[in-house]
Design a protein around this ligand. Structure first.
Ligand code: SF4
Length: 356
């Protein structure tokens, strides 16, 4: 029996957390949509003492993608010579006026792919059209996309492009900790950390004196991470821990990071709810500008707007819980999502709805 699947360990950790004594209220944020989902799915939130609050953070890549990006992708679908290729989660996300799904239903060529290499294949098969891959996500997906860009050059496929929309997690933590929302500790994302490593968080978390623990996705991993955080907070200690050392190294994945920085460079980008965060996104380096659809096709989407009732931006900053949004489970459901936090399988509103 692997330790992280051991039911006895699960019981013991849950018991220790349930009986954990804290003088003050503690607010922990999980910065990963899969953590949010698994915390609700396995009922981990029910093991916490009543004065420990869990907040969902900006860890769902589709949710933090702001409307200007989606609107731009929708404008691309109006061009006859463009095929838009995307991961499935993006298709139903509402932009300012419509979603890619509705753009497709009125004739736009939008194709769901499982990897950027699928998009490259579509480009190879459709040499007369521009194939644009919607490059969204955190550091986890960047190396594969970087490798695809290099592959497109190597194979001499001229009609493969990306719409760059990647986000970096550490600048988002900086923005959250510089805001007015109190966060006492972070359950740090497992997948992103496998790329960037534990050490990537040290500067921001130690400056703000807020502990963080990199955590895997098994219930035992999450409970062990929470217990480490609670102990550090009770003792007034700073800790940067790793409860996912079977996957995450202190220095991250050097090969993946080299690939990422070979193709991309930093850019100031807008986040839903958090505004423009300096150096929090990625754009293609000059030598790969021929793969950047924005430099090839000049279009101006209509001015962006937000659904007036959707509080997704506040949910992503941990300012409210999803079920505090007045539209939750009334107007807004996974079948009829008003905002991206309800659409995505990693969205907090979706997780709260599914396991409510
Ligand atoms: S419940 Fe729906 S409307 Fe409310 S914040 Fe979540 S996605 Fe937006």
């Amino acid at each position: 029996m692997k330790e992280f699947r051991d039911p006895q360990r699960f019981k013991s950790l849950a018991e220790q957390i349930r009986n954990f004594k804290l003088d003050d209220t503690v607010r922990l944020m999980e910065v990963c949509g899969t953590h949010t989902m698994n915390i609700r799915r396995f009922g981990i939130h029910t093991t916490l003492p009543s004065n420990v609050e869990l907040l969902s953070g900006p860890g769902c890549p589709v949710c933090v993608t702001d409307n200007t990006y989606i609107d731009y992708a929708i404008e691309l679908t109006k061009l006859d010579d463009v095929i838009v290729a995307t991961f499935g989660d993006m298709v139903r996300v509402p932009g300012s006026y419509e979603s890619l799904e509705s753009a497709r239903s009125r004739g736009g060529d939008v194709r769901v792919v499982y990897s950027p290499l699928d998009a490259l294949k579509i480009a190879q098969e459709n040499p007369e059209r521009k194939v644009v891959f919607l490059a969204v996500g955190f550091e986890t997906t960047v190396p594969t996309i970087a490798a695809t860009v290099l592959k497109a050059d190597e194979l001499g496929i001229p009609n493969f492009y990306i719409l760059a929309g990647h986000k970096l997690i550490v600048p988002a933590l900086e923005a959250l900790l510089s805001g007015d929302n109190r966060i006492d500790g972070f359950i740090l994302p497992g997948h992103v950390s496998a790329i960037i490593g534990v050490d990537a968080y040290r500067d921001v978390l130690s400056r703000h004196k807020v502990p963080g623990v990199v955590t895997g996705f098994e219930p035992v991993d999450i409970l062990a991470g929470i217990l480490m955080l609670l102990s550090a907070i009770r003792d007034g200690r700073f800790v940067l821990g790793n409860e996912y050392s079977r996957v995450v190294a202190d220095e991250g994945n050097r090969r993946a990071l080299e690939l990422m920085w070979k193709v991309f460079e930093l850019e100031d980008v807008p986040w839903r709810g958090l505004g423009v965060i300096p150096k929090s996104g990625l754009k293609l380096r000059k030598e790969f500008a021929h793969r950047d659809i924005r430099s090839i096709v000049k279009i101006t989407p209509p001015p962006p707007r937000e659904h007036p009732g959707c509080r997704c931006g506040d949910v992503l900053q941990g300012k409210i819980k999803p079920d505090e949004c007045p539209l939750f489970d009334t107007v807004c459901t996974p079948d009829n999502p008003v905002g991206p936090c309800m659409v995505s399988s990693e969205g907090s509103c979706h997780a709260y709805f599914k396991y409510r």
